[in-house]
Design a protein around this ligand. Structure first.
Ligand code: IYR
Length: 236
């Protein structure tokens, strides 16, 4: 049941170099205001906004274009309450013994603990599932490829979309997360990947005082940091 390669013309318009220069200067400032938020306002907003962010994230590239993800939007208060209760139950066990001291120490500056009120406070929770394999038209297993990479990219695009929208989120990973599959009635081939509370930050919202790595720490040029542009052998 394989499909043929059927190429179609790419729709792409070049921007001017001036435009691109301006955009490149703004990229970092546009994204650097994003923070992981753990205290949400109960103020709501149209669910369509979340749907559109999901549609945007679902344009992500994926292995063999299998799009091995599924997003569940949760807005029922009782379901959010059940998710919070199950997550806190697991986190309680994690924070009081399952996580080694080294991990607890690493989380100290983030200020997290087993209490997760944001799972009820945020107007929407979005649970992202990774589809370990698909099902083809005749109902048999269809392999997916590069699942974590694909779903990770879709998650990143979703986070950017939510930020551009003017809302906040958190990449929450209650651990283990299997309870989400049961509570949301998802099939066993889907593995919970990340949980995103979505909302406006609470008025009194505080975040950890984190420093980000500098460009120089996260980027090097070529092998051994050789800068081709500044190399005298290249005419400069
Ligand atoms: N899942 C836990 C612990 C946790 C782990 C990491 I790594 C974080 O960056 C933050 C939290 C929790 O959600 O509290």
């Amino acid at each position: 049941m394989s499909r043929e390669y059927s190429p179609t013309p790419l729709s792409f318009e070049r921007k001017t170099e001036e435009e691109m220069d301006q955009i490149s200067l703004r990229l970092e400032s546009d994204l650097s205001g994003r923070r992981s938020v753990r205290h949400f306002s109960s103020d709501s907003f149209p669910r369509e906004w979340v749907d559109r962010a999901i549609a945007a994230a679902s344009t992500a590239p994926s292995g063999a274009h299998r799009q091995p993800w599924h997003f569940v939007v949760v807005d029922e208060p009782d379901l959010k309450r059940q998710i919070r209760a199950a997550a806190e139950q697991e986190e309680q066990v994690s924070y009081s013994g399952r996580m080694p001291q080294e991990w607890l120490d690493a989380l100290q500056p983030i200020g997290t603990d087993a209490s997760k009120p944001f799972l009820e406070e945020a107007p929407f929770l979005v649970v992202l599932f990774a589809e370990t394999h698909g099902v083809n038209d005749s109902g048999s297993k269809q392999k997916n490829y590069y699942v974590s990479e694909s779903v990770g990219i879709a998650a990143g695009m979703f986070i950017s979309a939510i930020h551009k929208l003017g809302l906040a989120t958190l990449t929450h990973t209650p651990s283990p997360m299997k309870f989400l599959r049961d509570l949301l009635g998802r099939p066993s081939r889907e593995k919970p990947f990340l949980l995103f509370p979505i909302g406006y930050p609470a008025l009194e919202c505080q975040v950890p005082d984190l420093k980000r790595k500098s460009l120089e720490e996260v980027r090097s040029y070529n092998r051994d940091g050789r800068n081709h542009e500044k190399d005298p052998a290249n005419g400069e």
